[in-house]
Design a protein around this ligand. Structure first.
Ligand code: ZN
Ligand code: ZN
Length: 287
């Protein structure tokens, strides 16, 4: 029986990257827990409610975070490796070989510039059906950044795949660096009233990104920046609000708070309801 178990495990290990999956999940849980602990202290000090952490909506965000690790380990990384092996000319890796003081800022700038334009495309008519899953969160939590429909995620990664392969990523295996990036990313969806003072014209603050999650469609199509807000100020898409919006979510559209419901939502037909002269879309989910 032991032999059978061992053989089965060995067979599984040949096609399932169990070790990478394990360390990826440990890393995500560790960094996520540290971000949550720090942000909860700040949220508490800011006097905002912490009730979102006791909701199903927060658990869905956490589930998305774990699914993201599986996606990176099982699909994205093997695809990158296979592409590099199939096309050796792609191994230019400009930034991996550059000194870190050039490599890190250049990588962040180029990657964020691409992200800005991709995010604008995500708000276009066709892509929005998938991207609105990210906007479906009505109680933003630090983990909402990972709430993305897999097709939305895959589209975005497909566009950046070749440029990022050619550029390579700066070879930094320094934990404080990855933690700082993860923490900044987590602040974008945290329930905080921070605007970052004068630095708000450079960096995306919690208020700046929360404005993007407003239920008001006019405001929703602004503030597309990922890490840097100056793209929005440069290209005329910034709304420099003083405080967080009253409500976040998608006006006129609700999806059941289940991962599977999110998954099928872009393929369901939405009813168009005439309401006070305005077209309001409403979900036709009958579950
Ligand atoms: Zn968006
Ligand atoms: Zn967001």
């Amino acid at each position: 029986m032991d032999d059978l178990n061992r053989a089965l495990l060995e067979w599984l290990a040949t096609w399932l990257p169990i070790t990478e999956l394990g360390s990826g999940l440990r890393y995500a849980i560790g960094i996520g827990a540290a971000c949550m602990a720090i942000l909860m202290v700040f949220e508490r000090r800011a006097g905002v409610s912490l009730e979102q952490y006791a909701s199903r909506r927060f658990l869905t965000d956490v589930l998305y975070r774990l699914v993201f690790v599986v996606y990176i380990v099982m699909l994205y990384t093997p695809l990158s490796v296979a592409t590099r092996e199939a096309f050796p000319w792609m191994r230019v890796e400009l930034l991996s070989s550059a000194p870190l003081w050039i490599g890190i800022p250049a990588y962040l700038l180029i990657f964020d510039f691409l992200s800005y334009w991709i995010h604008r495309a995500q708000h276009s008519r066709i892509w929005w059906r998938f991207h609105r899953v990210h906007h479906s969160q009505e109680q933003l939590t630090f983990a909402t950044g990972y709430r993305n429909h897999p097709i939305d995620q895959a589209f975005a990664h497909t566009v950046t795949f070749i440029p990022l392969l050619l550029l390579g990523t700066p070879a930094v295996s320094w934990l404080p660096y990855s933690f700082l990036l993860a923490f900044i990313d987590a602040t974008h969806h945290a329930n905080l009233p921070w605007r970052f003072g004068w630095a708000r014209k450079i960096l995306v603050s919690p208020v700046f990104h929360a404005t993007h999650h407003s239920t008001d469609p006019a405001v929703r199509d602004t503030n597309f920046g990922g890490l840097f807000s100056f793209w929005d100020f440069l290209f005329g898409t910034a709304v420099d609000a003083e405080r967080r919006p009253e409500r976040t979510g998608v006006e006129g559209w609700r999806v059941r708070e289940r991962w599977l419901s999110h998954l099928v939502s872009p393929f369901r037909r939405d009813a168009v309801i005439e309401s006070a002269g305005a077209n309001v879309r409403a979900a036709t989910e009958r579950e």
